[in-house]
Design a protein around this ligand. Sequence first.
Ligand SMILES: NC(=O)c1ccc[n+]([C@@H]2O[C@H](COP(=O)([O-])OP(=O)(O)OC[C@H]3O[C@@H](n4cnc5c(N)ncnc54)[C@H](O)[C@@H]3O)[C@@H](O)[C@H]2O)c1
Length: 366
Amino acid sequence: MNRTVLIIGLGLIGGSLALGLKRNADVSIIGFDADIHTVRTAKRIGVIDEMAIHTKDAAELADVIVFATPVNETIRLMDEMSNWQLKNDVIVTDTGSTKKEIMKAAEKLRELGITFIGGHPMAGSHKSGVEAARSHLFENAYYMLTPFPNENKKEAKILSDLLEVTKAKIVQVNAEEHDHMTAVVSHFPHLVAASLVHQLAGENERFPFTRQLAAGGFRDLTRIASANPIMWRDITVQNRQELSNQLQVWTNEMINLQNLLLHADEKEIESYFSTAKQIRDDLPITAQGAMFTVYDLYIDVPDYAGVIAEVIGYLAKDNISITNLRIVETREDIFGILVISFQTMDDRARGVQCIANNTTFETYIS
Ligand SMILES: NC(=O)c1ccc[n+]([C@@H]2O[C@H](COP(=O)([O-])OP(=O)(O)OC[C@H]3O[C@@H](n4cnc5c(N)ncnc54)[C@H](O)[C@@H]3O)[C@@H](O)[C@H]2O)c1
């Protein structure tokens, strides 16, 4: 059955969803973005089938409407939507990283008989914008749907069936559960990462050399502090209460840790680390988590001229694309001098094989 999907917001997520859905030949995508250059680019590079000039007009034609805009914008647009003429059986959804406030805004649509099912594909990238869109972005990633409890079962099934082609793992939860769980595993770690970077900045005056040492573990732990500040401002504002609760839990944990530092013996301190290690090591690694994943590979390369070009050359020859490359100067808590980041787990696995085929360098995945 042919379906028309209108995607509003053609950035990384909206663009990737468009490309993912276009794998189904029966789906045609109309795209709209507040930035006309983005819409034109999306059409030119084949992300969308048709450009929408006015959302209101395009919305009339759509079987499914997806808001892939920043969360605050989505709420504003949902408010405007009550004045649009929509198909009777239209399904409206979004991709926002928070769900409680979005579902609150959806109450108004529900009163008008418009089906709204919240959505959150839990995948991302270090890039944003339509040119970063990839058809495989959601493969193996959890894709949360938040219908109103005990409502829209049929429509949720239609939406899940539509999304199946993206190869995401679709799960249904309620908005409160969603915001709590994502606060724990995604939103709150962003606050911690940002706070650690602020703490480092405070060192600048007395020990400016500290930042030179802030490689390895510090960089890994704070990587997400480099995410888009506007997006994280909106997420933080919308999930303020859950984040405040998490901060309290964290504060309690820090007090516990301080007591441990001041009073515990070696055995207890070791146990604190070994319990954390055990829990961390047991986390699932085959699926993408709530935070966007980069697939790092540590390579223990010897120090001779041209060694990095050599490694990159082997990867290029096997057509394995990489997203980042860095040399680690402080290696206290990691193995390997060269760190190469890949976009997918498959690419990294191919990278390991390629390096093993061409060199004797040891590789390590943390
Ligand atoms: N990037 C991630 O890691 C990630 C992961 C999951 C969900 N999300 C969510 O997906 C949504 C989009 O994120 P993104 O990473 O694609 O951002 P992005 O910045 O790459 O793209 C957002 C797009 O929305 C457009 N836009 C802004 N206001 C608009 C409006 N009023 N009308 C039409 N278009 C408008 C922008 O021009 C831009 O092209 C956000 O709600 C975000 O919370 C992001």
